[in-house]
Design a protein around this ligand. Structure first.
Ligand SMILES: Nc1ncnc2c1ncn2[C@@H]1O[C@H](COP(=O)(O)OP(=O)(O)OP(=O)(O)O)[C@@H](O)[C@H]1O
Length: 574
C-alpha cells in the first residue's frame, strides 16, 4: 500500500484515466450484449427486417470504438507504469539517503541493488495491468450485474455473488502465496547478491583457485531459485482455479434460472436474451482479471520487497529544527560516558568511553583491532545514536543539531576512500559544489596531488572509474585530502588515512595531512603508531574505553598497553 501512498497526484490521475478507459471498454461489451439481445428478440418476435438495422449499426460502431479504446489503453498503460516506477525509485532513493550508512550497512549490497533496480522493474505488470484491472473489473462486473438485477433480481444477485466471489476466492490462497513469495524473494536476492559478490571478487577467487567451487555454489543457488519460482507459480495457479470455477458455476446458474423464469413467464423472451448476454459480460472482466493476475506472479513479491525498504525507519532521527550559529573557530569536543552496542551484537563496542578534546587539539586514538576506535567516529557522525552518554560539540549535545549541520562541520579522510564513477573534478566538487577553479587548484596543490593530476589523460576531467579503481591507493588518498581541504570543516577525522599507502608516498601524504590539520580540532585514528607522533595527545583504548592517555614518551615510560603496542609493532618490523 505504501507503494502507492507516495505517488504524485498526476500519477493518480493517470491511473484513474486508465481505469476509466478499461470501464469504457467494458461498457462497449455491455452495449454490444444489449444490442445482440435486442436483435435476437426482434428476430424471434417479429418479421420486421428493418428493425434489425439499428442494433446492427450500433454493434458495428461499438466494435470500432472498442478497438480505438484498446489502442489508447495499451499505449497509455506503459506510460502510467513508467511514471509510477519513477516515483517508486525516487521514494527508494530518498529512503536510502534517510536511513544512512549505519542501517544500509546491515543489508547486502546485492539485496539493495536488486530491490532498487529489478524489483522496481518487476512491478510493471502490477502497476500497468493488475491494479487498474482489479478496479475496472470489479466496477465493470458490478455495473453489468446491476442491469441483470433490473431484469431478473434472483438471477442478477446470483451472477453478482459469483462475480465477486471469483476475486475474493484468491484471498483463500493469500497466505500460501505470501509465504512462497517471500521464499522466492529471498532466493532471488541471494542468487543476485552471490553473483555480484563473485563478479566483484573474481580476482580473489582466481588467486585462491576457488572459482570452480564458487561456480558450483552459484549453480545450486540457481536451482533453488528455479524450485522456488515453480512453487510460487503452483500456488498462484491453485488459487486461480478456485476463482476460475466461479465463472462456469455463475453462468450455468444464470442460464438455468433464466430459462426456468422464462418458461414460467416471470421473464420475457427479450429479458432472457438480456440475461444471457449480460451474464457473459459480467464475467468477462473477471477473465481479464485472471490474465492480469497471472502476469503479476513475480510483481507482488517484488512489490513487498520494495515496500519493506520503504517501511524502514531510520535508526537516527533528525529531530533538531533550528540550525545553530556556527563559529569559524575549531570547536571543543566531549565524549561523555558513551555506551554503545551494535544492533546485531551482544558485546558492547563502547563501554564507558570518556574523552575531552580542547579546541584545535590533535588527538590520536590508538588501540588493538576491535577496541572501538571507528565506532567513535560513526557515533560522532551520527550514523548510529549512543545507547547511553552523549557527544558534545562546544558543550552542545550533537542530537540538538540538524544532521546536515553536524555533518557539514566534520571532514573525514578514511582508510578506504570512496571515489564515485565520474571525473576527478566531480569527486572534488562533492565537498563543495560551488568551489571555483582557483580553490580547486589550491586544494589539489596542498594535498600534494598537483604532480599526478596533470599526468592523467584528461587532468581534472579524467574519469576515475568505479570506486576510483583506475587510480593507485596513494592517488585516491590525495584526492580525498584535497576534498577535505575544499570542505574546510572545523573538525577533522583522519581514520587511518595512510594505512594503504607505501613508504614512498607516506611522507608526502603525512605532510599534506599535517597541513590539513592546522587550525582544526582533529581526531586521528591510527594503527601504525608512527603516524600518531605528531599528535598533541595520544589516547589508548581497550574494550570500548580509554585506558591510557598522554604523550608518546610518557606512554612509553608508563610501560602499559601503549608500550606493549609499540613493542609489538617494533618486533613485527624487525
Ligand atoms: N557495523 C557493525 N556491526 C556490528 N558490529 C560491528 C560493526 N562495526 C564494528 N563492529 C564491532 O564493534 C567492535 C568495535 O569495532 P571498531 O570497528 O570500532 O573497532 P576498531 O578499533 O576501529 O577496529 P580496527 O582498528 O580493526 O578498525 C568490534 O568488536 C567490531 O567487531
Amino acid at each position: 500500500m505504501k507503494l502507492f501512498l507516495g505517488l504524485r497526484p498526476r500519477s493518480w490521475v493517470e491511473i484513474a484515466g486508465l481505469v476509466g478507459l478499461m470501464l469504457l471498454v467494458t461498457a462497449t461489451y455491455v452495449g454490444q450484449g444489449l444490442m445482440i439481445a435486442d436483435l435476437l428478440s426482434t428476430v424471434f418476435s417479429s418479421a420486421d427486417i428493418a428493425g434489425l438495422a439499428t442494433p446492427l449499426v450500433v454493434i458495428g460502431v461499438l466494435q470500432v470504438l472498442r478497438i480505438a479504446l484498446i489502442v489508447v489503453r495499451d499505449s497509455w498503460a506503459p506510460r502510467v507504469s513508467a511514471r509510477v516506477k519513477e516515483a517508486v525509485r525516487e521514494g527508494l532513493t530518498l529512503k536510502l539517503m534517510e536511513i544512512g550508512p549505519g542501517q544500509a550497512q546491515r543489508m547486502r549490497t546485492g539485496d539493495l541493488q536488486s530491490t532498487l533496480v529489478d524489483s522496481v522493474e518487476l512491478l510493471d505488470p502490477l502497476l500497468s495491468r493488475f491494479v487498474p484491472t482489479v478496479l475496472a473489473s470489479v466496477l465493470g462486473s458490478c455495473l453489468a450485474a446491476m442491469y441483470v438485477i433490473a431484469v431478473d433480481p434472483v438471477v442478477g444477485l446470483v451472477v453478482l455473488a459469483c462475480a465477486l466471489l471469483a476475486p475474493l476466492s484468491k484471498l483463500a490462497g493469500e497466505k500460501s502465496i505470501r509465504e512462497r513469495g517471500s521464499r522466492w524473494t529471498v532466493s532471488y536476492r541471494s542468487m543476485y547478491s552471490e553473483s555480484l559478490d563473485a563478479v566483484q571478487g573474481m580476482a580473489t577467487l582466481k588467486a585462491f583457485n576457488a572459482s570452480g567451487r564458487r561456480g558450483r555454489e552459484l549453480i545450486e543457488r540457481g536451482e533453488a531459485f528455479c524450485r522456488d519460482s515453480i512453487g510460487l507459480m503452483v500456488a498462484w495457479c491453485g488459487t486461480s482455479s478456485i476463482g476460475a470455477l466461479m465463472v462456469p458455476i455463475g453462468t450455468t446458474a444464470a442460464v438455468g434460472l433464466g430459462a426456468w423464469h422464462a418458461a414460467t413467464g416471470s421473464v420475457s423472451v427479450a429479458g432472457l436474451f438480456t440475461i444471457l448476454m449480460l451474464t457473459r459480460e459480467t464475467f468477462r472482466p473477471m477473465t481479464e482479471l485472471e490474465a492480469a493476475y497471472h502476469s503479476a506472479y513475480y510483481a507482488i513479491p517484488a512489490g513487498r520487497a520494495v515496500a519493506d525498504v520503504l517501511n524502514l525507519e531510520p535508526v537516527v532521527k533528525d529531530t533538531a529544527t533550528t540550525a545553530p550559529e556556527w563559529p569559524c573557530d575549531p570547536p571543543g569536543l566531549e565524549f561523555r560516558d558513551l555506551r554503545f552496542c551494535y544492533p546485531t551484537r551482544r558485546a558492547p563496542a563502547l563501554d564507558g568511553f570518556n574523552l575531552v578534546i580542547t579546541p584545535g587539539e590533535r588527538v590520536a586514538i590508538v588501540g588493538r583491532s576491535g577496541a572501538g576506535k571507528s565506532t567513535i567516529i560513526g557515533l560522532l557522525m551520527r550514523y548510529f545514536d549512543t545507547d547511553a552518554g552523549s557527544i558534545r560539540i562546544n558543550d552542545r549535545d550533537i542530537r540538538e543539531l540538524p544532521l546536515r549541520n553536524l555533518r557539514s562541520m566534520i571532514g573525514v579522510v578514511s582508510q578506504d576512500t570512496y571515489l564515485f564513477h565520474g571525473t576527478v573534478r566531480d569527486n572534488l566538487l562533492l565537498a563543495r559544489p560551488d568551489a571555483t577553479d582557483e580553490e580547486i587548484r589550491r586544494a589539489v596543490t596542498a594535498a600534494q596531488a598537483a604532480d599526478f593530476i596533470p599526468r592523467l589523460p584528461r587532468g581534472l576531467d579524467t574519469v576515475v572509474g568505479e570506486r576510483g579503481l583506475k587510480l593507485s591507493g596513494g592517488e585516491r588518498q590525495r584526492i580525498a585530502i584535497a576534498r577535505a581541504l575544499l570542505k574546510d570543516a572545523p573538525v577533522l577525522v583522519l581514520d587511518e588515512p595512510t594505512s594503504s599507502i607505501d613508504a614512498a608516498n607516506e611522507a608526502e601524504i603525512t605532510q599534506a595531512l599535517g597541513d590539513l590539520t592546522l587550525g582544526r580540532t582533529t581526531i586521528i585514528i591510527a594503527h601504525r603508531l608512527s603516524t600518531v607522533r605528531g599528535a598533541d595527545r595520544i589516547v589508548v583504548m581497550e574494550s570500548g574505553r580509554v585506558v591510557e592517555f598522554g604523550s608518546h614518551p610518557d606512554l612509553v615510560a608508563r610501560k602499559g598497553l601503549y608500550a606493549e603496542l609499540v613493542a609489538t609493532q617494533a618486533g613485527a618490523l624487525a
